[in-house]
Each structure stands twice: as C-alpha cells, then as structure tokens.
Write a protein that binds this ligand. Sequence first.
Ligand SMILES: [Zn+2]
Length: 265
Amino acid sequence: MIDTHCHLTFPDYAGRIDETLARAAAAGVTGAITISTTTRDCLDALRVAEEYDNVWCTSGVHPCHSDDTPHDWKAIRRVAEHPRCVAWGELGLDNHHPEPNRSVQDPVLAEQLAFIESCAADGIDLPVVIHCREAFADLIPILRASTLDRSRYVFHCFTGTPDEARMVLDFGAMISFTGVVTYRNAKGVAEAAKLVPDDRIMVETDAPFLSPEPVRGTRPCEPAFSRHTAEFLAKLRGVGWNAFHEQINANTESFFRIKVPEHAS
Ligand SMILES: [Zn+2]
C-alpha cells in the first residue's frame, strides 16, 4: 500500500525523508503522495516527488492557508502539468479553525475551483483532494455546482458522522480515512467507515498529524503508520487483510492513476 495523503515538505521531515520512506517500506508502505498546501509548498512537493520514484505530489491551496496571499496560480498550474503531480489540492472549507475566516476562505475556494475548471478545459485532467472540516453542508452544494466529475473527488481525513458520510457518498466522491478512525473517542467516524462501499475507500495518514492507534500521540506521524489505520479498517469492516489491501491499492491506482510500487525503490 501507499500513504495517499501526507505532508513530506513540512519541517518535521527536513533532512529525514530518506529514513522516513525507509521506515514506511519496512512497514509495507511502498510510497506516498505528498500534498500541497500553498503556492510555494507545491514547488517543494514537486521537488520531493522528482527526487523519489515512489513519491507523487499534488498542487493546490489549503483552506487554512487561504490568507497566505498572493496565490501564484501560475505556479500551481506549472506543478499540475508535471507528470509527477497526480491531483489538485488539498482545497475545500474548514469551519473548525476560526482563522482564516470563511469570508477569506470562500472566495479563494471559488477562485481555485474556477481555475481548476479552466485547466481541465485545457486538458489538465487530475482528480481533486478535498479538505472538509465540519463543513459538509456548506461545501457539497459548492462542489455540486462545479462541472468537475464527482467521482474524481476524495474527501480526505474524514472526521464526520455517518450521515455526513452518506452525504459524501450520495454526492459521488471517494472517502479517505486517517488515524482518527482508530481513536476510541471517534466512534462516529468508525461507524461512518463501515458505510463506505469497497470501491470508494482510501487510506492515508495526513502526517505529520494524527498518528493512529497504537502509536497515537507520536510526533511526527509518518507514512509507515498508514499500515496501522489500514489494518484497523480491514478488521472494522470484517474483511481479511489481503482482500482489503488489494482493494485499497486498486482504488488508489484508479483514482490517482498511478501504479502502487510492490517494493519501495
Ligand atoms: Zn493534509
């Protein structure tokens, strides 16, 4: 398997990406997608993806960085055009953190979606990684109004209720789980994870954040730990590890259009 969502450009991994990926490989996590958060970070993410055969990147502005202006959309596009870039994002809405305020987040989301639509019209054909924190009722109607293919969104780090999972599934998107699903105080997230059809689920860490059980609290979290979350989900859903593992790899490969490496290079 690979870790489909982590932030290897964050200072936690400075000078330590080699060893971090080696520990991942030892845990059977043979690659990672490093997710962009700003129009500068996307360039760093691409640099990492160019350096490692088993790391890919994305290109986008995180809602919590909406106020990190000016946004250099040309840089976002340049990264998106690179063969090592496999998705837009992460982008979306965050009602959990008070800052930046929604009056700052909303126009940046609108601008980013319009930008992605115009790139799509130019033939840049990528799926979209969505950040949605306590914002399902606000965000889903916005995405419904977009012309982008609904099956090509993934709601990453799902921390909502079973009803919110149903909203995302009815909308048509994929759902991806982090270590939060393993937490004893997040039973609703685990209930939600049981609802997701086999072909709509993916697994990630969101490292450096959210280390799963049984290593909860470890900082930084790292891609190796996505294995814990995947094994937890297999048990929760009542499927054998081999079957679940094959399913998440198939989902990852078709969603991001990459080949999950059998052995880390
Ligand atoms: Zn993230």
